[in-house]
Design a protein around this ligand. Structure first.
Ligand SMILES: Cc1cc2nc3c(=O)[nH]c(=O)nc-3n(C[C@H](O)[C@H](O)[C@H](O)COP(=O)(O)OP(=O)(O)OC[C@H]3O[C@@H](n4cnc5c(N)ncnc54)[C@H](O)[C@@H]3O)c2cc1C
Length: 475
């Protein structure tokens, strides 16, 4: 069978492209090398839906960020039942001499189409952000910024794409691409797949996939960001996402509200040659703590309950989204550094448009399932609603994860919706993500996965082959 389009990479970029193409009468295959979608850069970021400020005025990423923000707020958040909260952002200055810099960011944001920007003084800030430190003098208020659960965003996109006919193949690393009469022959996961068009959304490895397809036209240079998650008892630390003035290479160390309640501080921004280097460091922690404490001095090292690093897949200063004329049929969506999470819906529309201009016929499906039901998360709903749910289905009253209030039924729902690993369950439900890091619930989750998937306990992994928790079962 020759498919219309093969997409490589089920991060937020590939998932958004798959969902966009699923509106049309096309056969689409989404190939992912990991055991589940969202196991690449898209799981390790700040989860901010940026407004579009802090991008160069004429940049592609600036324009796509503004448009992605709009699409998310006005369409996707509702259609896909996403955990999006429009909390707004503040870019603070510590010196009145920096006010012209804030004015410049405001002008550049407005030129890109960011709306309702406002410079606010200390009195305005005192009424809304009581934990700001004495050094903060003023800020740029950006109301259209918000937060989202990054992995649940990807799962929602993939789930809806699959509902609309996209085929997903995980554990399928693309290792070779050759030309055929119809277009491409792609070797992945021990099989050869054929397609007329090839879309490369392989994140950190997009340079290698493009080279495999015959277009070694760019390189990806990882830029590491370390992030530190604070205890939920600090949930009300900040009411907005708090930024300092950006530097030439990064938006700076931020205080981030997250959609799950725990505030987060970070990220750092340092180049690394290693695409697998997800280590956190003492230097990174010191840098993040110092940056956060300058904005909010009550942030304390003892508030930190978890940490991680992510690698921005950078290639120069902007995104690379183009048809490679040297390899007809190949479209690259590469160099998707920050704000790639925000921009993904707009990148998807742009890729569909490139394919159309190059000759792919986009005929809308008679029946496109635009809506996806919002999954139940007990930690997000009022007690009264929980009570009603338990009356209907007692498994919602069987609490598996005490730290994050996750029931057995939510774990079962996650498995039914595609979770195949312990991390997949964690990203979908938050079970194992609390202070005890799964000390109480991991064995119970494994039991549920065994029941739902008919697996042996030795088959259950943290994040795919090689990360099994149990070596052998005693008879
Ligand atoms: C620390 C940090 C903070 C950030 N904060 C934000 C933020 O707040 N807001 C924002 O908008 N953006 C943010 N970003 C940027 C954002 O996370 C990325 O732009 C986005 O996740 C990139 O998504 P992607 O799908 O292009 O890449 P990925 O998520 O990495 O997806 C690529 C996928 O391709 C797969 N793959 C690779 N090679 C192959 C192969 N050969 N065969 C098959 N599959 C393959 C990978 O396994 C992966 O799943 C941040 C990034 C970092 C690192």
């Amino acid at each position: 069978m020759v498919r219309d389009v093969i997409i490589v990479g089920a991060g937020v970029t590939g998932a958004a492209i798959a969902r966009e193409l699923s509106r049309y009468r096309l056969s689409v295959l989404l190939l992912e090398k990991e055991a589940e979608p969202a196991f690449g850069v898209s799981k390790s970021n700040s989860g901010i839906i940026h407004a579009g400020t802090q991008n160069p005025p004429s940049s592609l990423k600036g324009w796509l960020c503004v448009e992605g923000n709009r699409l998310l707020r006005e369409e996707l958040a509702w259609d896909l039942g996403l955990d999006f909260a429009r909390c707004g952002q503040l870019i603070v200055v510590f010196d009145a001499a920096d006010l012209p810099e804030l004015e410049k960011i405001k002008r550049e944001g407005e030129a890109l189409g960011v709306k309702d920007l406002q410079i606010v003084d200390r009195r305005w800030l005192d009424a809304r952000e009581p934990n700001l430190g004495p050094e903060v003098k003023a800020a740029l208020y950006v109301p259209s910024a918000g937060i989202i659960s990054p992995y649940r965003f990807v799962y929602a996109l993939v789930e809806n794409a699959v509902k609309n006919g996209v085929q997903l193949r995980t554990s399928s690393r693309v290792t070779a691409v050759s030309r055929s009469e119809e277009g491409f022959e792609v070797t992945a996961g021990g099989q050869v797949w054929r397609s007329r068009w090839l879309v490369n959304a392989a994140g950190l490895y997009a340079d290698e996939v493009s080279a495999l397809a015959g277009a070694p036209t760019f390189t990806i240079s990882p830029r590491k960001g370390e992030e530190y998650l604070l205890d939920k008892k600090r949930e009300h630390l900040a009411n907005h996402i708090i930024f300092p003035l950006p530097s030439a290479t990064s938006k700076g160390v931020l205080i981030i509200k997250t959609s799950d309640g725990n505030p987060m501080i970070g990220p750092t921004a340092h180049d690394t040659p290693d695409k697998e280097d997800l280590s956190t460091t003492d230097e990174g922690l010191a840098e993040v703590l110092a940056g956060a404490r300058r904005m909010m001095p009550s942030v304390d090292r003892s508030d930190i309950i978890a940490y991680f690093a992510g690698l921005r897949p950078a290639s120069g200063k902007d995104f690379i989204i183009r048809h490679e004329d040297s390899v007809p049929g190949l479209v690259n969506a590469a160099g998707i550094q920050s704000p790639g999470l925000t921009s993904a819906p707009a990148i998807a529309v742009m890729v569909a448009d490139i394919l159309k201009k190059r000759g792919l016929e986009l005929v809308p499906k008679a029946e496109f399932h635009r809506l996806r039901p919002r999954p139940v998360h007990l930690f997000q709903i009022p007690l009264e609603e929980t009570r009603r749910l338990i009356e209907k289905d007692p498994a919602y009253g069987d609490i598996v994860c005490r730290c994050e209030l996750v029931s057995a039924q939510e774990v079962r729902d996650a498995v039914k919706h595609g979770a195949r690993t312990l991390d997949g369950v964690k990203f979908r439900t938050r079970a194992q993500a609390g202070r005890c890091h799964g000390g109480f619930c991991t064995t119970r989750i494994m039991k549920i996965m065994q029941e739902e998937l008919g697996l042996r306990v030795t088959d259950i992994t943290k994040r795919g082959p090689g990360s099994e928790l149990i070596k052998e079962e005693r008879k």
